[in-house]
Design a binder for this molecule. Sequence first.
Ligand code: SAM
Length: 201
Amino acid sequence: MRTSGPRKAQEQKVGTVVQSAKKFCLLLLLLGLNLTLAVAQQTTLRQPDVCFLPTPQSIVKQMLELASVKPGDVVYDLGCGDGRVVITAAKQYGVRAVGIDIDPERINQSMENAHKAGVEDRVSFRNEDLFQADISEATVVTLYLLHSLNLKLRPKLWRELKPGTRIVSYNFNMGDWPPEKKVGVMSGTIYLWTIPANGTP
Ligand SMILES: C[S@@+](CC[C@H](N)C(=O)[O-])C[C@H]1O[C@@H](n2cnc3c(N)ncnc32)[C@H](O)[C@@H]1O
């Protein structure tokens, strides 16, 4: 049966509306999917092993001095908090530095602080569990965790870090791995170790 002019035009109009509605639904579906993925990515990491407590800025400087940071070094702060160690390394020594934190809020805060300090080109922040992260490119590692976490981390440091990599820890030692240097600071102690030539002390 042939459709008359006005009726055909109306059918075409309805068809166009249906097509647009389908595209709109598809768009909503894709947006929803993206949102779900983003939320899933942010919530897959577990709770922090230790809460955020920043190292006083004067001690950050002493830690980097004790590690003898020099041009060409790559500084990793494991559990980077607000990014102060990473940002200070990049700003004062001009080196590349990486911060890793399990808490996405700390990563956002670090990125904001790096932007304010104008060092975004030399730093990166990764929302990862420090026990799972690839840290093999580090030549200096800084820590302000807990004694128990340092002990848990020790085998990974020995396994993954290159000989000559320096490790500095604020307030917590490494059990029976004796530090090379130990410096008393106003609110505690900073420890220094170097990964030996054969990797394992
Ligand atoms: C005591 S704060 C030290 C912050 C910073 N390094 C400083 O010295 O100012 C410890 C940080 O470790 C983070 N953290 C705890 N457990 C972690 C884990 N398994 N992986 C990565 N970050 C973790 C916390 O979110 C917190 O920001």
